[in-house]
Design a protein around this ligand. Sequence first.
Ligand code: ASP
Ligand code: MG
Length: 416
Amino acid sequence: MSRLVMKFGGTSVADIERIRNVARHVKREVDAGHEAAVVVSAMAGTTNQLVDWCREAAVLHDAREYDTVVATGEQITSGLLAIALQDMGVTARSWQGWQIPIVTSDAHGAARILDINGEELVRRFNDRHEVAVISGFQGIYPETGRLTTLGRGGSDTSAVAIAAAIGADRCDIYTDVDGVYTTDPRVVARAGRLDKIAFEEMLELASLGAKVLQVRSVELGLVHNVRIFVRSSFDEPDRIDPHGTPPGTLICNEEEIVEQQVVTGIAFSKDEAQISIRSVADKPGVAAAIFGPLAEAGINVDMIVQNVSADGATTDLTFTVPAADYQRAESVLASAKNAIGYAKLDGASDIAKVSVIGIGMRSHAGVAARAFRALAERGINIRAITTSEIKFSILIDAAYTELAVRTLHSLYGLDR
Ligand code: ASP
Ligand code: MG
């Protein structure tokens, strides 16, 4: 017998038929003797609609009321799934964030989970064999007693946090894809599904644009060592062996991965812009003068590259921001020009960031050098490079993204 968290995303609960399909997945596990806590998202499109309504009501609105509105999507699904389960003869009860409670910070619209009391859920597993159907994405800030939400895609994080709280053996994320791929299969037809990926690698992949999971959920998995299994909800529920290994990707501790590849996956993002600040003074406080105002404006800066000054007086500094923030970043820097002191600003928004990820890089030298050679042979110019222990990222012209990703995918033996 295992204790499982089963999380279903918006497309998996898009209508009543699909909710019934989800109920059959749950029933299969319960019939096999497993204990199940189910976490659901809002039905596909619902959260977007709710967000739109808030904006329509007032462009600038109270974040507490935004949470009141957008948290309702999940309440509908949890109730409907409990009804569908009961209709199949499965004992089930729905739970909203405030009922458990799922205690969060007061950062409305982007709250962080602080504590979950899983005792009552566990007691009901034991006493009644009752399935808990929990609304994802939401919690409560106890000081004010108000509803909170965790940020878009937050029900992944709810699921992993609940798995940690009830000591689940695994957190199954049922979604519209059957796992995590070596890269986006729409770009590289020969991309393959990974059987296993380490938390750290998945964290990089998710941060770098793979949209399978909310980044925060992977962080929680890493911290609490919750094994996360990404699998498809569209597989025929009754054909799956509840004791077998279905197709999917297990996100786990690196010790659990026996055949570790040097490179696990390649991520890319075209929504990047590059800004270069020319001839800034090479003296203490300049980086603070540049990145302080950007941080205050809520602009996320990535890939900072600064050269060592040749003349000891000035240097150039390059970094990337999300393309959507490009104009804003330029105007923030223009207004801070006197405080920073630079000769000129230039930039480009038609660029892409390609990242190669793998824990094996810790122990293998020359991994990045091979990429530079292969890209050079294809005439792809690299604008900037950053590295960390388990990944390196390059900045290139967006037009070469697909070519670069395909080149690297075969270079590192990832082609299926
Ligand atoms: N329904 C919420 C959203 O769309 C949370 C989730 O689905 O994870 O962002
Ligand atoms: Mg999602």
